[in-house]
Design a protein around this ligand. Structure first.
Ligand SMILES: C[S@@+](CC[C@H](N)C(=O)[O-])C[C@H]1O[C@@H](n2cnc3c(N)ncnc32)[C@H](O)[C@@H]1O
Length: 684
């Protein structure tokens, strides 16, 4: 009879829900209500079907008996006596609170500044000053409920009733009090502007990644004084903010599912938390938000192209103080992938446990940083590489051996990406230069890493004839600038700026100190390599990285080896990473505190374990296919690791490469490292 008020079940399957819908359509609302209640009692019900069932219960009760019946059903009683006249266009915030007197003042101010006009809150049995504090604020409306929190779908059913009564047609922020919503440009755009932009693209929800924030200190010392901004105490997050992401997840293929993050790093796989949330919703009759706002049943094209972040201030001293109580209250209901007993056990054995790790922890700066790191996503990518593009970059690396002739390994591709990731995290902006591009195998990767306001500069002789006499000149006979440019254009709409000159001209070219990345991969003669390194070091900005190719390749590149180690021994080049082919370092005095972050990123990106070494007083992480450096933890029980790399036959090599490509970018590092070691090393 009112089927248009029922949000479609879509891909969901549930016998009680389907029966209830049929009964409702036939006008038998009493039995429909019983069927929906049956769904709520069903052990096999999940977040999706439960969210649907609650939404149907609220709508059905409101239609059958009036909205007061829905308030009564969920035992909701209004506490404040203020007029509740919501003007069109008001942005609302809905939340369930319990004993939040310390957090609420800043929380309410924060969201008011962001553009929230009115707060609709459920006080779930607070015993501190929460109730009075809320009643004292002019734009806050409060309800209380005697129902158990988890019975009310972890609070979401309460919010469904309130929003059905007062919020339909309004944009509504649905968050917990320890969550601060961020979105691209949050510093300049308020929520009204954001929601207008979302409406223009036809979106009704915006997703966000839950970003756990923490302090540099032990968790138990991270105390946030009442009324203070928790970000001033907990100002760090993990550069690797999630361990896995599945795009177009959920039965509706509508949001990107992020898992893991710092909780998984520190507390292990038992804390593989689901990090995707839907905290901003244009509420309507058919908006279904799942418990904990961990999902929604809307079509994919109704999800905003922008993605926000929910800064999550869970890990403060209060977390440790309340751990026991939390375990007791959570024993009644599931804990969404978290293991509170693991938290308790680890904190008991290590009271000063900290989440801070210099190889992972990044200081929060601004919304641009979160977009660049792929936590958030801007509406228009403008060719910028973000986590969405990480798939595209990975795709190029997987195909590059088939697509572009040249000399560039997957390991170095990973390390290039690690440098870029660390620089994004640390806010290092600058251009990218490659000396010796050949047909662009590595330069094309730089083209994926460059940001819209940066430039790729490609420097090469582009003429084998001018290299006459050099051992490897024979390889470059056919090389022309046009061939490089055509190749590069196959991958990138924006061209690199090319210089067809000997590298000895670099100092006179006046490029300026503006590069965050310089890859020296040109001549193998000692005198030229020495000058290239010197010129490159001059061009690096703070936090910039120099990569020297062939610093140890035999037989023809001993000159580069001499030049590279001379620069290291002189203290001008400060090494930080090394692969079989390339040495990575900073210009002396321009390390900019990036070393550990870069090494952490390299460990994450590389498809093999790294070995941390002291090299002439410098902490260097080495990634090598040499079995000696593969590390104890990764040894294969079959003994295959003990075998020297084989010179496999062509077909075998092709098959191995095919298998490697299949698992490229997957987390099967161990298998990948094993396969990689079976392949003959690519050498010129
Ligand atoms: C090993 S290749 C570069 C490989 C390339 N980066 C890749 O990813 O395949 C070396 C390149 O350096 C260039 N080259 C050699 N000596 C040079 C010099 N003195 N000045 C400029 N370019 C030079 C060669 O023309 C050649 O294209």
């Amino acid at each position: 009879m009112i089927p248009e008020l029922i949000p479609e079940l879509g891909p969901l399957r549930s016998e009680p829900l389907e029966r209830g819908d049929q009964l409702w359509r036939e006008g038998n609302r009493d039995d429909a209500l019983r069927a929906y209640t049956e769904e709520l009692e069903r052990d096999a019900a999940d977040h999706f079907t439960r969210g649907m069932a609650h939404k149907r219960v609220v709508t059905l009760l409101a239609e059958r008996d009036g909205i007061d019946a829905a308030f009564a059903h969920y035992e909701l009683a209004r506490v404040d006596e203020r007029d509740l006249m919501i003007a069109p266009g008001e942005v609302l915030l809905c939340a369930t609170v319990q004993d939040e007197a310390e957090r609420l003042p800043f929380f309410l101010d924060y969201y008011e500044r962001l553009g929230v006009d009115r707060f609709l809150l459920v006080d779930n049995d607070s015993h501190d000053a929460t109730r009075q504090l809320l009643l004292d604020r002019p734009n806050v409306h409060v309800w209380a409920s005697g129902m158990r929190y988890w019975r009310a779908n972890y609070g979401m059913a309460w919010l469904d009733v309130i929003l059905y009564a007062h919020g339909r047609g309004h944009w509504c922020v649905i968050v917990d009090t320890d969550e601060h919503l961020w979105y691209p440009g949050v510093e300049e755009r308020d929520l009204h502007e954001l929601c207008a932009a979302l409406e223009r693209e036809g979106a009704v929800v915006m997703q966000a990644v839950l970003l756990d924030m923490y302090s540099e200190t032990a968790i138990r010392e991270a105390s946030c004084p009442p009324g203070s901004d928790p970000a001033s105490v907990c100002g760090y997050f993990d550069r690797k903010f999630s361990h896995s992401c599945t795009e177009h997840a959920t039965p509706w293929s509508n949001i990107d599912a992020f898992w893991g993050g710092v909780r998984r790093r520190v507390f292990g796989s038992e804390s593989d938390v689901f990090l995707s949330k839907v905290p901003l919703v244009r509420y309507s009759d058919d908006t279904v938000v799942l418990a904990g706002t961990h999902g929604t049943a809307v079509p994919p094209d109704a999800v905003a192209s922008e993605r926000g972040a929910l800064l999550h201030f869970k890990f403060t001293s209060r977390f440790v103080e309340r751990l026991e109580a939390e375990i007791r209250s959570r024993s009644e209901w599931d804990s969404q992938g978290e293991s509170y007993s693991t938290y308790a056990r680890m904190i008991a054995t290590e009271p000063d446990l900290t989440l801070y790790d210099p190889r992972q922890s990044v200081a929060l700066r601004d919304s641009t940083q979160l977009v660049e790191l792929g936590v958030m996503r801007a509406a228009s990518l403008n060719g910028d590489a973000t986590s969405a593009d990480a798939v595209v970059v990975g795709d190029y690396v997987a195909r590059m051996h088939d697509e572009v002739p040249g000399w560039f390994t997957e390991v170095d591709a990973s390390l290039f990406r690690a440098v870029d990731a660390a620089q994004r995290a640390a806010g290092v902006h600058g251009d990218l230069l490659e000396v010796g591009v050949y047909l662009g195998k590595s330069a094309v990767l730089l083209g994926y890493l460059v940001r819209p306001d940066e430039e790729v500069v490609a420097w090469d002789l582009f003429s084998g004839a001018r290299l006459a006499g050099e051992a490897d000149a024979q390889f470059y006979v056919e090389l022309t600038q046009a061939a490089f440019e055509e190749n590069y254009a196959r991958f990138h709409a924006r061209a690199a700026t090319a210089y067809a000159q000997p590298s000895s001209e670099i100092p006179a070219a006046g490029l300026g100190r503006r590069f965050r990345f310089v890859h020296v991969d040109g001549s193998h003669r000692y005198d030229i390599a020495r000058d290239d390194i010197a010129a490159a070091l001059d061009l690096l900005i703070d936090g910039g990285v120099l990569v020297v190719d062939d610093y140890r390749t035999l037989p023809h590149a001993l000159g580069v080896a001499a030049a590279a180690w001379e620069a290291v021994a002189d203290g001008r080049l400060v090494p930080v990473l090394a692969s079989d082919q390339k040495l990575y370092g900073f210009a002396a005095g321009r390390e900019s505190g990036l070393r550990e972050l870069l090494q952490g990123a390299a460990h994450d990106f590389a498809a093999m374990p790294g070995l941390d070494l002291d090299v002439a007083g410098n902490a260097v992480t080495v990634f090598s296919t040499n079995a000696l450096t593969t590390g104890e933890g990764e040894r294969d029980e079959s003994g295959a690791d003990d075998q020297p790399p084989t010179a496999a036959g062509t077909e075998e090599v092709a098959e191995l490469r095919r298998r490697l490509e299949l698992i490229e970018n997957s987390r099967t590092w161990r298998l990948r490292a094993k396969l990689a070691r079976l392949l003959p090393t690519r050498r010129r």
